[in-house]
Each structure stands twice: as structure tokens, then as C-alpha cells.
Design a protein around this ligand. Structure first.
Ligand code: COA
Ligand code: ZN
Length: 299
């Protein structure tokens, strides 16, 4: 058995929130069902944010209400404030992922918060999630660079991680919302966060905006990280990060990992098929390399 790398599929949330296509609830459910059939065991299935801020996620309550639940798949809900956390609990999310922000420029525009205000909001919301008996994770968005203010001090990321640990989160993601990271930054920031928050396990979240996405996954796995976010087809982006493109593509990530002997529990062929199916539903091409080139060797 190779080392297991757990993929968190974020296509239904990070992917669809910024796509020009408007999927119906039924199309979102079919996307989720296809991902499950491919072997995805944990995915961000929606977000509970202001429908004015992100109209494409306005139907997340309907999506969660209609999910065909099974004991194998955990459906994560994203939330950024107390209203969102309460709505996510109400929707019977299996887990809540809270968004912290490491840059003031992005923080103000994305969620009306400074980095410290986002940490204070997490401290306020964490007890609600714990009382509901749900796992709580957090993502530090723009952890490698802010689209408006530029470089993000590594100290801010470390400080947020320490506060997140104190709030009692189980897992922390470093989010490269705008594709600013290089593999060397990834290693450095992982080391810093491990020093400041030794009790939380790490997950890494990359966007492939500047071509360093798979290199960054490599750096994270080499640094001992076992959980990686990715989106089928590499779809996505953030409405509040100009020019941001999609996440690293799930099929590209798992192909690279499987070739190297890691296990993900995901069927590569079915993931490629799902990316190709998605192109039809979205009405445009997706950016993943494997949906274009197919696997090597041929499946
Ligand atoms: N779900 C639904 N509605 C919400 C909400 C939530 N979680 N939080 C706030 N709202 C509503 C309020 O009821 C209010 O509605 P009203 O104007 O009709 O009275 C309005 O949104 C503004 O509320 P306020 O508390 O003043 O928030 P804000 O304007 O400072 O915005 C956020 C803060 C977090 C609600 C908003 O910036 C947001 O939803 N951002 C999401 C960004 C996102 O998802 N980015 C991608 C993922 S990182
Ligand atoms: Zn993202």
C-alpha cells in the first residue's frame, strides 16, 4: 500500500461559485453524485454566504437538503460569519470549513473583515460548531499573496494559525487563492504554521493561476501534508480575486500522485469522464491537462 493522500474535492463550491454557467440544483446534484461515484469521500458541496455576494451559491441550502447521504461521503459547507455557520448547521453539513483571511485588501472585499476580525469571528463561531458536534476546519485565504495589497507576511499566517488552533479547529488549510505561491514558499509556510499551531493537521489549497499548481502540490506532499484540495476539471476561481483561475485539477493531481505510487481512493478514469461531462454542462472547456491529453499510460 502506498501512502494515502486525501483529496478534498472543491469543484461544487470553489469551482462553480465563479463559473459563468448557472447550474440548476439537479445539475449540481448530478455533479456531486458523479464525484462520489469516482471515489471522492470528502467534498465542499456549497457555501452559506450572502447570496448578493456570491449568487451562484444561493441555492446551497437546496443542494444540501437534496443530497443523497451515505456514510462514506462527507459534505463540507463553507462559512465566513455567524449567520453562515448557523445556516450550515441547519442544513446538516457534515463539516464546516471557516474562511480566515491573511490579507487586508482581499479580506475587506471578500468578507468585509481584516485578518484579525476574521480570527475573532472564528473564535465566536467555533463554539457553535462544537456544540453541534460537527468537525470544524478552516482555510486561511490569500495565505501566499493578496490580489490588492501584494505580499502577505508569513508572520500574519503563523499568527492566524495559532489563533485557529486556540479556537479548537481540527484541520487548517493554507489557501493560495490567487496562485501566488511557489513550491519553496509552500515548504516555508508549512514549517512556520507547524511551529505556531503544532496540534492542527494541515491541508493545502492551490489555484493554478500562474502554472505552479502541481509543483506546489509536490512541495506540500514532500513536506508531509496528507490532504490536498482540488477541483474536477480545474474549474473555478474567486469572484473577489481579479484574474484568479481555477484550482489545481483533481484528475491532474491524482494522476501525478498515482504515478508516484501514492493512493487517493479516486478512480482516475471516472474523474476524467466527469471533467468531460462537466464541459457539456458548463458549455465551455475546462482547463485540466488530463481531460485534454488523457492518462499515461492509457487507461
Ligand atoms: N448568508 C446569507 N446572508 C447573509 C450572510 C450569510 N452568511 N451573512 C450576511 N448576510 C446578509 C445579511 O443578512 C445582510 O442582508 P440585508 O442587506 O438584506 O440585510 C447582508 O448580507 C449584509 O450583511 P453584513 O453582516 O453587513 O455583511 P457584510 O455586508 O459585511 O458582508 C459577508 C459579509 C461575509 C456576509 C459577505 O461579504 C459574504 O457573504 N461574502 C462571501 C464571499 C465568498 O463567499 N467568497 C468566496 C469564498 S472565500
Ligand atoms: Zn480557492
Amino acid at each position: 500500500m502506498g501512502r494515502k493522500i486525501h483529496i478534498v474535492e472543491v469543484g461544487p463550491r470553489d469551482g462553480l461559485q465563479n463559473d459563468p454557467a448557472n447550474l440548476s440544483v439537479d445539475q449540481k446534484l448530478e455533479f456531486i453524485a458523479r464525484l462520489e461515484a469516482a471515489g471522492v469521500a470528502r467534498m465542499e458541496s456549497g457555501s452559506f454566504v450572502s447570496p448578493r455576494a456570491v449568487p451562484k451559491m444561493a441555492d446551497s441550502p437546496a443542494v444540501f437538503a437534496a443530497l443523497k447521504r451515505n456514510s462514506r461521503t462527507k459534505h463540507i459547507a463553507l462559512a465566513l460569519n455567524e449567520t453562515g455557520v448557523r445556516r450550515a448547521i441547519e442544513a446538516k453539513a457534515d463539516e464546516i470549513n471557516f474562511v480566515l483571511v491573511a490579507g487586508e485588501g482581499f479580506g475587506r472585499r471578500n468578507q468585509g473583515m481584516s485578518p484579525q476580525e476574521s480570527a475573532d469571528m472564528l473564535a465566536k463561531c467555533a463554539p457553535l460548531v462544537h456544540e453541534a458536534g460537527l468537525p470544524l476546519s478552516a482555510t486561511i485565504s490569500v495565505a501566499f499573496g493578496d490580489p490588492y495589497y501584494g505580499d502577505v507576511d508569513i508572520g500574519v499566517v503563523g499568527n492566524l494559525a495559532a489563533q485557529a488552533q486556540r479556537a479548537g479547529i481540527a484541520e487548517l488549510a493554507l489557501g493560495d487563492t490567487i496562485g501566488a505561491a511557489t513550491p519553496w514558499d509552500v515548504r516555508q509556510r508549512i514549517e512556520r504554521v507547524r511551529m505556531e499551531a503544532p496540534d492542527v493537521s494541515l491541508r493545502l489549497h492551490f489555484h493554478d493561476t500562474r502554472g505552479a499548481g502541481l509543483g506546489n502540490v509536490f512541495a506540500a506532499v514532500e513536506a508531509g501534508v496528507d490532504v490536498i484540495d482540488a477541483s474536477c476539471g480545474g474549474i473555478g476561481g474567486c469572484p473577489f480575486a481579479p484574474g484568479a483561475t481555477g484550482n489545481v485539477a483533481t484528475e491532474d493531481v491524482i494522476w501525478m500522485l498515482h504515478r508516484a505510487g501514492f493512493e487517493t481512493g479516486i478512480d482516475l478514469e471516472r474523474m476524467i469522464e466527469t471533467a468531460r461531462w462537466l464541459e457539456g454542462v458548463l458549455g465551455h472547456g475546462v482547463s485540466s491537462a488530463l481531460s485534454r491529453a488523457g492518462a499515461f499510460p492509457r487507461l
